[in-house]
Design a protein around this ligand. Structure first.
Ligand SMILES: *[C@@H]1O[C@H](CO)[C@@H](O)[C@H](O)[C@H]1NC(C)=O
Ligand SMILES: *[C@@H]1O[C@H](CO)[C@@H](O)[C@H](O)[C@H]1NC(C)=O
Ligand SMILES: *[C@@H]1O[C@H](CO)[C@@H](O)[C@H](O)[C@H]1NC(C)=O
Ligand SMILES: *[C@@H]1O[C@H](CO)[C@@H](O)[C@H](O)[C@H]1NC(C)=O
Ligand SMILES: *[C@@H]1O[C@H](CO)[C@@H](O)[C@H](O)[C@H]1NC(C)=O
Ligand SMILES: CC(=O)N[C@H]1CO[C@H](CO)[C@@H](O)[C@@H]1O
Ligand SMILES: [Ca+2]
Ligand SMILES: [Ca+2]
Length: 580
């Protein structure tokens, strides 16, 4: 061996070693959102619960989930299905007890799945004792929420006008009058969800205490809800809140989109709050040991704002500022250059040393199979698994569940109920919240009861876990196989990333790592046959072997293609590697 060889070897070994040592568990994690009300009902009341989740934890392991986040399970009048919390320290009785929760955590540790809880810091329920105390101006709680007397109505002496023109996300004024206190309170969501006053240090401390309480019960971190809504602009010296300007987007004065939310959304103080919460989880780990506890933050904000969530030179922030661009920027009409642009945009915007993440769906969005079309289910799951960083799925995506049509009578989502029978379908989130489809039996195996809280999807006889386990090329098995590659292949975890639009309809992704197999994903998002040449991806060799193929592909694992010329069918997606 010559000297150069020795030098290279000497450099290469430590760099691989360092790389392996610096990737923390969460940096390549697969995250799976469970909507507890719809996952598994253990007692036949038609509502999912904690015992149901506990029973199904081995399933999460089966499909390669590292960590699950549970939508809120705290005590709540359920005006917004748990996003209106009346007691942050207890479990909603329909879902179980604190004991059931502890059992869930214990079982999750046995199975090897981590658990995150959904922190809803922006607001509580109006039935929360803190709100009642604030309403009565009890000492220490006077300014726990945002109160204002509003203004006399010149046209009607018994009426008061709200402090500003602000509108709730769920329509109508964001201010509601309370006779008891002779003041309005602010609610950026339902009137049942009064906003906390984050300019009050007692509120900030209260939220940190909530976090510590659940960390002590053994959870691995939090998904934090509706972060951009935390702060509103401060009133001026005369106590006046400024009106928001009209957006010009709609004529409907009760619609949230009627205004430009320059005073109630993405206020600069929000970023610092996220950094403070990071400190809470970091401190907890320092004091108690164990794996890193993580923060996921929900914000539908512009890219430059999202990047600040990660942290700055002196402070760390959210481990995972949710990247919703696969939801908000792409859909069934998107072309290959759109995919390339949207995905590379995030990669290029990320500050050095941070971890990418990709969210395919959640409880507030139509299902991915309905947004992109059922023929792209495999393609999108394969895309998610080969992208670098953290992959986030919503329960049901792995089996290809679709939106379920819900009649006006069956509609329960408050965002939809605040509209009318003509308009509810445009905003209803019920369609993606129907019970999980476990098998082809009664209530799709979700429940044994005679009634479920939302109807079961009509396609449950075909689209369910038990049936899909039996077919090699089911959505579920393709998902599992993609997950296995992601988990067990160093290139998927640490490899460099390159994405190109090969033409209008075909994109290619290459993951490569020194001394390891290169993997390529190629996909046709268009509706006709495409003749493909992978030449624009540097490391592809000419003869490649199929490692995984979507349901729309005639190719099987082990089939060989010539990278310089092959045909892709519409919606066909392949994982390839150089043929040994
Ligand atoms: C004046 O305001 C009160 C309280 O909002 C309302 O009940 C009443 O109907 C109003 N009167 C008129 C004439 O609009
Ligand atoms: C990082 O953020 C913190 C909290 O907002 C701020 O105090 C600090 O000045 C920032 N540091 C840099 C280098 O921007
Ligand atoms: C941020 O977190 C990383 C990973 O835990 C750590 O290495 C780094 O020192 C932290 N940075 C700051 C500014 O605290
Ligand atoms: C679908 O995505 C494309 C770009 O990817 C965009 O131009 C178009 O407006 C989107 N359509 C909808 C209905 O969101
Ligand atoms: C909806 O409910 C109303 C009142 O219960 C009933 O009269 C009506 O027939 C129902 N409509 C449908 C489509 O089920
Ligand atoms: C996008 C969004 O608004 N997500 C959640 C934000 O908080 C509200 C109220 O808590 C929830 O209803 C949403 O699901
Ligand atoms: Ca139940
Ligand atoms: Ca707020």
């Amino acid at each position: 061996m010559n000297l150069i060889g020795v030098v290279f070897l000497g450099l290469a070994v430590p760099s691989i070693f360092v790389n392996a040592a610096t990737k923390d568990w969460w940096e390549t994690a697969s995250i799976y959102q469970i909507y507890p009300r719809s996952f598994k009902d253990s007692n036949g009341d038609g509502i999912g619960d904690l015992k149901g989740i506990t029973e199904m934890l081995p399933y999460l392991k089966e499909i390669g989930v590292d960590v699950t986040w549970l939508s809120p399970i705290f005590k709540s009048p359920m005006a917004d299905f748990g996003y209106d919390i009346s007691d942050f320290f207890d479990i909603q009785p329909e879902y179980g007890t604190l004991q059931d929760f502890d059992n869930l955590i214990a079982r999750a540790k046995e199975v090897g799945v981590k658990v995150l809880l959904d922190l809803v810091p922006n607001h509580s329920s109006d039935e929360n004792e803190w709100f009642i105390k604030s309403l009565n101006k009890e000492q220490g709680y006077e300014s726990f929420y945002v109160w204002h007397p509003g203004y006399p109505d010149p046209k009607n002496s018994t009426n008061r006008l709200p402090p500003s023109n602000w509108i709730s996300e769920f329509r109508f004024s964001a201010w509601t009058w309370r006779e008891e206190r002779q003041e309005f309170y602010l609610h950026q969501f339902l009137y049942k969800q009064p906003d906390f006053n984050y300019r009050n240090p007692a509120v900030v401390q209260q939220m940190k205490d909530i976090m510590t309480f659940w960390l002590k019960r053994g959870i691995d971190g939090f998904r934090i809800d509706a972060v951009p809504h935390l702060f509103e602009v401060e009133p001026d010296r005369d106590g006046v809140y400024p009106d928001e300007p009209l957006s010009g987007e709609t004529d409907d004065p009760n619609s949230y989109n009627y205004l430009k939310h320059i005073y109630t959304f993405d206020q600069p103080e929000t970023i610092d709050m996220v950094y403070q919460w990071r400190q809470v989880v970091d401190d907890f780990q320092k004091q108690n040991g164990g794996d890193t506890r993580i923060l996921l933050t929900e914000a539908y904000s512009p890219l430059n704002v999202l990047m600040q969530y990660y942290g700055n030179a002196t402070m760390n922030g959210s481990h995972i500022p949710f990247n919703f661009h696969l939801i908000t920027e792409l859909n069934e009409t998107s072309k290959a250059p759109d995919f390339e642009r949207v995905i590379n945009e995030w990669m290029n915007a990320m500050p050095a040393g941070r971890t990418a993440n990709w969210v395919l769906g959640n409880h507030d969005q139509r299902r991915v199979a309905s947004r992109y079309g059922v023929e792209k289910i495999d393609l999108l799951n394969m895309l998610l698994m080969i992208l670098p960083g953290v992959a986030v799925n919503y329960n049901g995506e792995e089996i290809g569940m679709t939106d379920v049509w819900i009649s006006w009578n069956d509609t329960v989502d408050p965002e939809a109920c605040n509209t009318d029978p003509e308009h509810y379908e445009a905003v209803s989130r019920d369609v993606a919240r129907t019970p999980f489809q476990w098998d082809d039996g009664t209530d799709a195996g979700f429940s044994t009861g005679s009634h479920t809280w939302l109807p079961i999807g009509l396609n449950y006889k075909q689209v369910n876990v038990e049936t899909e386990r039996k077919y090699v090329r089911s959505y579920l098995n393709t998902y599992k196989r993609a997950k296995e590659l992601r988990h067990n292949t160093k290139t998927f975890q640490d490899g460099d990333f390159k994405m190109v639009a090969i033409n209008e309809n075909v994109f290619g992704i290459e993951r490569s790592l020194q001394n390891q197999d290169t993997f390529v994903m190629v996909a046709n998002v268009g509706s006709r046959l495409e003749r493909v040449n992978l030449g624009s991806l540097e490391n592809s060799l000419d003869v490649m072997e199929v490692v995984l193929s979507s349901d729309k592909s005639p190719r099987r694992i082990g089939d060989v293609i010539r990278a310089s010329e092959f045909i892709l069918l519409p919606n066909e997606a392949l994982y390839l590697r150089p043929k040994a």
